[in-house]
Design a protein around this ligand. Structure first.
Ligand code: ATP
Ligand code: MG
Length: 459
């Protein structure tokens, strides 16, 4: 194969990412590195050329892979796609650079199969919403456009990770780390709230964290202006079941800023415990538990969490929105002592009503759900089902008569499950274990005595 006729050459030139001259240089460098004469055309493997172009920083590794598969279109409007970042509920996210401005951005693409008039209107709403916000703790929106039938949004590229990925890779955070991240998110959220926006989809996956420790709230796509009757999704729950507020479940068309505070409280719970408040189950059962049940005490999973910190999480996760912390600014203010250093200030007790189930027992909790696996969109009819079944459960369950919320089914280890199945308590288990050990010791002694006796008789 002559280098001048290779398929890769055609693709690379058609993509306009590589010039004729750059290709020539790349091939020359490869031939030279082999000790050949760069002026004589020799066979050059196209993968090697692609690799060389990456080393010369002319194309990215992602672009090289795409060109090698024969793809020539690697742009969306004026944005040159340089990498793939991830897949979200809405669509794919790419890293891109503007061909003129050279600015790095994240491009969020609306998938073709979702390109219905309603989806496009939602997408345009996201664009208009984000463009009105300007805060260091909110991901900035730069631009939006269409390329053929592909609709896309261009936002600030945030290097680093998101809170969900951070916790999944490193486990639960320290109180200080969690306070720091959630405080910054609350500051961004307060900015959005002051401008009449409700985020409606606050969750760990939507909190981006830079390597410098700056947190930015992303995806205000589900936010909408208060009382915006034209929003086609006003009658539906849209979001991830693990972070839904009770009122988002019951009356999604009448939620206030307090709904975001609940979701942020669930996110704070996740950050310090590494667990979603209601692990396991279906989106519907999670919704029911948000309405009627009490999560495990956070100290069950993180002994570092003080009573004051637990109270703050509880104040954010109050089921009644009127009893919840009322503003994101107050959340940020109350988190400040923990975010600054490791010595939280002592705070007066918040009241005498028990908010958590008794704390803490040190058993491993193996049951957990992926907080982002379940993106739920439930119609109002389903919600009324949920509410009715919950009400039924509340009325028929004795434990709810006292007025306290029902404890959710505890995540059980295998040993615990066995004990429950056999109706054994700790003492019984201990007795059986002791009996078992005694039997083994007796057996061993018996074998030894038999062996010695046999030996002596043989003599
Ligand atoms: N502005 C950004 N800069 C860098 N990475 C981003 C940016 N926005 C999103 N990402 C990353 O892209 C991936 C997909 O994000 P996306 O927001 O589409 O999905 P999601 O938050 O998981 O779900 P949802 O669509 O429900 O919000 C995630 O890994 C996220 O961290
Ligand atoms: Mg997101």
């Amino acid at each position: 194969m002559s280098p001048l006729q290779s398929k890769f050459r055609e693709t690379a030139l058609a993509s306009e990412l590589v010039t004729e001259e750059q290709l020539r240089q790349a091939i020359q460098l490869i031939v030279q590195s082999r000790g050949g004469d760069p002026n004589i055309a020799t066979e050059v493997n196209e993968k090697k050329v692609a690799q060389q172009l990456v080393e010369m920083k002319i194309i990215s590794a992602y672009q090289a892979d795409q060109l090698l598969t024969g793809r020539t279109k690697l742009n969306l409007g004026p944005y040159i796609i340089t990498d793939w970042i991830g897949q979200g509920g809405m669509g794919q996210v790419f890293k891109a650079v503007h061909e003129m401005l050279g600015r790095e951005s994240a491009v969020k693409v609306l998938p073709l199969h979702k390109t219905t008039p309603e989806a496009i209107e939602n997408f345009r709403r996201e664009i208009r919403t984000q463009a009105k916000l300007d805060h260091p703790n909110l991901v900035r929106a730069f631009d939006a456009g269409e390329d053929g039938n592909v609709h896309y949004l261009v936002v600030e590229y945030i290097p680093g990770t998101d809170l969900r990925r951070l916790v999944r890779s490193k486990g639960k955070l320290s109180v200080q780390q969690a306070a720091n991240i959630i405080k910054q998110s609350a500051e961004g959220l307060s900015h959005a709230h002051e401008r009449g926006l409700i985020h409606r989809d606050i969750k760990p996956g939507n909190i981006l964290v830079t390597p410098d420790g700056v947190s930015k709230l992303s995806d205000l796509g589900l936010a909408f202006y208060l009382n915006d009757a034209s929003d086609p999704r006003a009658g539906k729950i849209v979001g991830t079941a693990d972070y839904l507020s009770p009122e988002q479940i019951q009356t999604p068309q009448h939620i206030t800023h307090a709904s975001d505070i609940y979701s942020l409280g669930c996110t704070l719970y996740y950050a310090v415990t590494g667990k979603v408040p209601f692990p396991g189950g279906t989106p519907k059962s999670k919704a029911r538990r948000h309405l009627h049940e009490t999560p495990w005490h956070p100290r069950r999973f993180n002994e570092e969490v003080s009573d004051d910190f637990v109270d703050l999480i509880g104040d954010m996760m109050e089921k009644n929105p009127r009893e919840r912390v009322q503003s994101a600014a107050e959340v940020a203010e109350r988190l400040a002592p923990w975010a600054a250093d490791d010595s939280p200030l002592l705070r007066e007790d918040m009241g005498d009503r028990p908010r958590w189930m008794p704390a803490p027992i040190s058993s491993p909790d193996s049951q957990d759900t992926d907080p982002n696996d379940v993106v739920t969109e439930m119609a109002m009819s389903e919600i009324s089902d949920t509410s009715q079944s919950s009400i039924h459960a509340t009325m028929t369950d004795d434990s709810s008569i006292s007025g306290q919320h029902m404890k959710p089914p505890p995540p059980l280890s295998t040993v615990e499950q066995y004990k429950m199945a056999a109706h054994l308590d700790d003492n019984t288990t201990f007795s059986i274990a002791a009996l078992f050990v005694t039997a083994i010791v007796c057996l061993a002694i018996g074998i030894l005595v038999g062996f010695i006796a046999g030996y002596l008789m043989g003599k």
